[in-house]
Design a protein around this ligand. Structure first.
Ligand code: C5P
Length: 299
């Protein structure tokens, strides 16, 4: 028997970053929106914990115990006093190390798949607790939809979304390290008074009413200057997307994927084609939001 779970990518429509905390993390007001690009994690009984991965970027995915899917299985097994003997296969469609929470998605997916496979019957709270231990973005990968993440991003408040938003994602060559981008944020803001992060009322209104134009005006990512500083070529990608008619563009999370909000599906196709033709990105993908969180799709 195998269990397959599908998990969405995310874009941060607002990423407000506070000053570094004593533990090195940053307090955030992180408005997550799940988008319709998905990884699938399949759990099958095996003699020992093993990870495989397929998809165009599979060679960039670590297959050892640093993979969040492996850590999720080990954490669930340890809590229930069992051995994590499972083969986890990741069918990867979310850009790797791109700021779209692909690794977090695999952690949340593996957790849900192993819980079903092993019959551990973890409660939602227990699953969320394990997710928070795996990484700041992992709880959101489990719940999907839209949510405000506070603390280091792991404390979630679900948000209402009143419509469908259309996106284009420009996938860059290579990844960016999240700790390196936060480090660059610290360097760029050193000696300045970094305000406490707070969710923008205008942005929450735009989500609630499903108003694309309002959302476009409210998109903000405090990590963008840091990502651009480490990867200056992203400025050309942003210019290509907005020049092709996107309502707004921003770096997704810690990057280097850039996200473009567009009016509708037709505009998404036009902007994606223009981005690919511009030569400023490796490829471009279209998607919609909100998308559901981790969901079992096959047994
Ligand atoms: O929680 P996660 O493992 O995804 O975080 C990866 C790294 O990103 C952390 O080690 C830290 O450097 C940075 N980070 C941060 N503040 C956050 C979330 C992540 O500084 N709120």
């Amino acid at each position: 028997m195998s269990i397959t779970v599908r998990v969405p990518a995310k874009v941060n429509v607002q990423l407000a970053v506070g000053a570094a905390r004593p533990d090195g993390f940053h307090d955030l007001a992180n408005v997550f929106l799940a988008v319709s690009l998905y990884d699938e994690v399949t759990a099958t009984p095996a003699d020992e914990l093993r990870i495989t991965c397929s998809g165009p970027d599979a060679d960039q995915v670590p297959l050892d115990t640093t993979n969040l899917a492996a850590r999720a299985a080990a954490a669930l097994a340890a809590r229930h006093g069992i051995s994590p003997d499972v083969h986890l296969h990741i069918a990867k469609d979310i850009p790797v190390a791109g700021g779209m929470a692909g690794g977090s998605a695999d952690g949340a997916g593996a957790l849900l798949a192993c819980d079903a496979l092993w019959g551990t019957g973890a409660t939602r709270d227990e699953l969320l607790d394990i997710c928070a231990g795996l990484g700041s973005d992992v709880p959101f990968s489990l719940v999907g939809g839209a949510a405000l993440g506070t603390g280091r991003g792991e404390r979630l408040t679900p948000l209402e979304v009143g419509g469908t938003f259309h996106w284009v994602f420009a996938v860059a060559d290579g990844g960016l390290s999240t700790p390196a981008v936060y480090g660059e944020f610290d360097r760029l803001t050193a000696g300045t008074d970094v305000p406490a992060p707070a969710a923008s009322p205008a942005l929450l209104d735009a989500l609630r009413t499903g108003d694309t134009t309002l959302l476009a005006g409210a998109l903000v990512n405090d990590l963008q200057p840091a990502a651009l500083s480490l990867r200056p070529s992203l400025a050309a990608t942003l210019a290509a997307g907005t020049g092709a008619g996107a309502l707004a563009g921003l770096v997704s999370g810690s990057g280097p994927t850039t996200a473009f909000l567009v009016k509708d599906e037709e505009a998404a196709r036009t902007v994606a084609d223009a981005l690919i033709a511009s030569g400023t990105c490796r490829t471009a993908r279209t998607a919609t939001s909100p998308a559901p969180g981790a969901t079992q799709i096959r047994t």
